[in-house]
Each structure stands twice: as C-alpha cells, then as structure tokens.
Design a protein around this ligand. Structure first.
Ligand SMILES: NC(=O)c1ccc[n+]([C@@H]2O[C@H](COP(=O)([O-])OP(=O)(O)OC[C@H]3O[C@@H](n4cnc5c(N)ncnc54)[C@H](OP(=O)(O)O)[C@@H]3O)[C@@H](O)[C@H]2O)c1
Length: 266
C-alpha cells in the first residue's frame, strides 16, 4: 500500500504516486512512443478504482488534456468517490481538439474562468491543488497579479493548495517562493532541473514530478525493470518530493510501477 505525504505546510496530503490523465483525454499531438486509443469509460473507471485500492489517491488533470476533465467529472459523479481522492488541475493552457492546437492565456479573467470551468466539469466545489500551466515562459507568466489571484482562490477555499507546472529552474524558484509546490520534469534522462529539489526543501515547499519515465521513452529498452527501480530510488531520495505523477492507461503497468516503488520483486 502506498502512503501519503503532506504537501508543504498545507493540510493537503498527496499519494506518493499520482495518476496522470493526459491519456484519458487526448491522443493527438502528444509525445508518447506509440499511438494509442483513449481507454473506454469502464477501462478508465477500473484503472482509477484499482489505483485507489493500492493507495494512489491523487489524480492529475488539466483543461489542456482534451476530454480528461469531462470524463473524470462523469466518473466522480457516478462513483461518488470525490472525497477519497485529491484532485490536481491547472489553468493557463487550453487545447482545441478540432484544430489540434494549444492556446495559452494568463490573463486574470481567463484563469478565473478556467477554474470555474474545471470545478463545474469535474463536478466538485474545490480543487486540492491548482497549478499555473506552463508555456515555457515561466518567469514572465508568473506575474504579481497571478500570484495574488492564486492566493485569493486559496483563501476562498476553492483551492486548497497552489503551485505552478514549470519548465525552467528560474521559474521553479519564483513559483516555490510564492506557492506551495511546483510540478517539474525529472527522470534518469532529464536531471536539468534537479537543483529545485533542494531549493524546495530549503523553502519548506514541495515538488510534484511529471514525465518521470520521459513520457515512456525511458521504458522502451530491454532493461525496463532496472530502469523502473532506478527511477524510483533516485527520485524518491529527495525529501522535498511529495508525489510523482505517472501517466498510464495499462493496469499491468500500474502494478509494475507500484511494485517497483514499494520494492516488491518484479
Ligand atoms: N504539467 C504539465 O505540463 C505536464 C506535462 C506533461 C505531463 N503532465 C502530467 O504528468 C503525467 C505523466 O506524464 P507523461 O505521461 O508525459 O509521462 P510518463 O509518466 O513519464 O510516461 C507515461 C508513458 O509511460 C508508459 N508507461 C508507464 N508505466 C509503464 C510501465 N510500467 N511499462 C511500460 N510503459 C509504461 C505509459 O504507457 P501505458 O499507458 O501503456 O502504460 C505512457 O505512455 C501526465 O499524464 C500528466 O498528468 C503534466
């Protein structure tokens, strides 16, 4: 069984592994090694319930993940398990399936509208973690007005913790100064932003990880089991790591990842 860890100094606790939902909602313009079909509603529900049974209580989504928020909202309504889960969503990026393109808008009006939409679509009255989504211009996008907006939403109770999904060390440092956490990429192949682990620890803040398998490319080799174990032992050595988001739609892969993290023989 996986455990939970408190997110910085908030009263939110996230599971060590979180389930990423890009592949629940979108299969165009994504960077995975192979093409894939979206899971059916029952495959998706089984996967989430299976994850929950193993202590994976955190789901990571975003308006930019195609129909993922909509599908999760329907699942949450039917399953009635909102309060067993912690939900992470984001604002700043939207994705249009028809034109297959992303659009970024960091205006206060647009961010507020996206939060309202996420809450309505997910059938919930609060998010556990709300992140500013990144277009790569982290420092420029994290304006004083945006920081004030995120603080305001936290004070109002619409979100329980704030953060930013970052792509740069400078942006990560700025976000960790003002928010509870960042979501950054780190994997055996991509250590470029690893200085942020210590920075976060010094600030009493938390790190969430994305792309720990380099979007699956790290696992296309013959020594997959060794890569899984090395990934978890390397990344979970950092005290500031709160939760690593893994993107899978395959129950066998989910189990392999849990086993690799918990040290079971695989
Ligand atoms: N904030 C952001 O800007 C941002 C950006 C990217 C991602 N994210 C979040 O992070 C999550 C994860 O990112 P990601 O999906 O790009 O990267 P990832 O977790 O590094 O890789 C996911 C890929 O690895 C494969 N995989 C997982 N476990 C496996 C196993 N045991 N054996 C073989 N293949 C395995 C998955 O395929 P199968 O489905 O076949 O298992 C999937 O194609 C996303 O879903 C999203 O929630 C956030």
């Amino acid at each position: 069984m996986l455990t939970k860890k408190p997110l910085a100094k908030t009263d939110v606790a996230l599971s060590q592994l979180a389930l990423g939902t890009v592949k629940f909602g979108r299969n165009q313009s994504v960077k995975y090694p192979t093409a894939f079909d979206l899971p059916t509603d029952s495959q998706m529900a089984d996967l989430i319930l299976n994850a929950l049974d193993h202590g994976i209580t955190t789901l990571d989504t975003a308006p930019a993940y195609g129909i993922a928020e909509q599908r999760l909202g329907e699942f949450l309504k039917k399953s009635k398990c909102r309060h067993s889960l912690t939900l992470i969503s984001k604002a700043g990026e939207s994705y249009d399936t028809q034109s297959d393109s992303s659009h970024y808008d960091y205006s206060i009006k647009s961010l507020e509208k996206q939060l309202e939409n996420s809450l309505r679509t997910l059938n919930t009255d609060y998010l556990d973690v709300w992140l500013l989504h990144s277009d790569g211009q982290d420092v420029q996008n994290l304006t004083d007005e945006v920081i004030t907006l995120f603080d305001k939403k936290k004070q109002s109770g619409l979100v329980r913790a704030t953060g930013m999904s970052t792509k740069t060390v400078e942006g990560g440092e700025r976000a960790l100064t003002f928010f509870d956490c960042i979501m950054m990429a780190a994997s055996l192949d991509y250590p470029a932003e690893n200085s942020l682990f210590d920075y976060a620890e010094d600030q009493g803040k938390s790190i969430l990880l994305k792309k720990i398998f380099n979007s699956g490319h790290a696992l296309t080799t013959d020594n997959k089991q060794a890569t899984l174990k090395a990934t978890f032992s390397t990344l979970f050595a950092h005290n500031s790591l709160c939760s690593a988001v893994i993107g899978t739609t395959n129950p066998k892969h989910l189990q392999e990842n849990i086993d690799a993290l918990t040290g079971k023989t695989i």
